[in-house]
Ligand binder design. Structure first.
Ligand SMILES: [Zn+2]
Length: 178
């Protein structure tokens, strides 16, 4: 599976094509399907990816899953992240977890770990909740190691929109919510 990354625009469009329901229900894809019944989502560049793989990406910072995504419900069109799990390639996922942990440092790293790196959905949700508690843009940018314009985008809802009701964060870089 060739890796892909969801843009912020892809992210919003993706969820508009999913019939999001109860946390415990199947969330069927509503657009086109491949011959095995799996949903197909077209990235803004035109490339088609499997919708359930995009669902995992949409809840783990936009990065496509490493490994095969399996449905706990055996329902190919289902895009409920709670029903999806990634078959691990042990080394890769340990590597990703290690990288994920390294992103939490307070000192701003450079390059792909620098101010323009992708945040996880969970981080975006936390940023919004801390802002409500009175944290400044500056404090949030420092805490999460991203630029202040990026924080502003998130708070204005231009990046990492709040998750649909019932969705759970998913993926190695996202901590489970209680
Ligand atoms: Zn399902």
């Amino acid at each position: 599976m060739k890796p892909f990354t969801l843009s912020d625009a892809d992210y919003g469009r993706f969820w508009s094509y999913v019939s999001v329901g109860d946390a415990a229900a199947c969330w069927p894809w509503t657009r086109s399907f491949n011959n095995k019944g799996y949903g197909r989502f077209y990235l803004s560049g035109g490339r088609g990816v499997l919708a359930h793989r995009a669902a995992v990406a949409a809840t783990s910072g936009g990065a496509s899953p490493v490994g095969v995504v399996m449905h706990a419900c055996d329902n190919p069109p289902c895009c409920n992240p709670a029903r999806l799990s990634v078959g691990t390639h042990a080394c890769n996922s340990r590597d990703m977890i290690a990288k994920g942990r390294s992103l939490r440092g307070r000192v701003g790293p450079r390059g792909e770990l620098g101010p323009n790196r992708k945040l996880t959905q969970a981080a975006a949700d936390e940023i919004r909740s801390l802002r409500d508690k009175g944290f400044t843009h500056y404090a949030l940018a420092e805490k999460f190691g991203v630029s202040r314009p990026r924080i502003a985008q998130i708070l204005k809802g231009k990046a990492w929109l709040p998750m649909p009701p019932g969705a759970r964060p998913f993926g190695p870089r996202v901590k489970e919510l209680p």
